[in-house]
Design a protein around this ligand. Sequence first.
Ligand code: HEM
Length: 220
Amino acid sequence: MAGLTSSTIGRKYAMALSAMFLLIFLILHLTTNLLSVINRDAFNTASDFMGYNPFVQFLMQPILGFAVIFHFVMGFVLEIKNNKARPIKYASNDASVNSSWMSRNMLISGAVILAFLALHLYDFWLHEINYKYVEGLTPDAERFWPELHEKFADIWRVALYVISFVLLGLHLAHGFQSSFQSIGARHPKYTPIIMAVGTWYSILIPLGFIFIALFHFITQ
Ligand code: HEM
């Protein structure tokens, strides 16, 4: 691990691996939460399983937590190192011509997602920890759907969530293909496919989350 993070190439590689792990997490997280729209009981059963399964709780969740923190810290480190490496900005270097808005503002979209996560973990994860480990309340497989539904009654929370999901889409629009580039996956035949999948992924995943938030708000 130390070897992987001691050189710029190693750091970019490690950053890409953490990104890919989070890309998979987002698909799973969206799928589970879409159940709350499709079938209340199925959502309760899935949440109850994940909330009390030792493998999920004590192995997968800590790995996820580590991946999230690692991704954000490494993002900042790489940005600082990049800025140090090019202290003089060339007069002829027109950034808007050489790179997209998304690629130039990964740090800004990343910071918005980080702020969203702070609110989101307070809303859901902290509540879970409190329910199970602080107050030690008895398991109730019926509680998950009403708890989630109630959170989206507040228009300000829904607005903050939706804005964050739009920024998440912009972050993914560059991040998806960039993670493949960083691990050296470049090929005349496969790169266009990766780019197309990345575009669809960065549109559909945030749209799915927006749909869930609006569904619960509208059906209050
Ligand atoms: C409308 C959209 C979303 C809903 C309804 C939702 C719902 C939830 C719920 C119910 C939990 C608690 C699960 C538990 O601890 O048992 C949770 C946790 C979490 N969510 Fe979300 N989420 C949404 C969007 C997102 C997005 C876009 C991200 C990432 C950018 C995200 C990242 C996380 C993380 C990291 C956790 C903590 C880990 C976990 O408990 O599994 N969520 N979310």
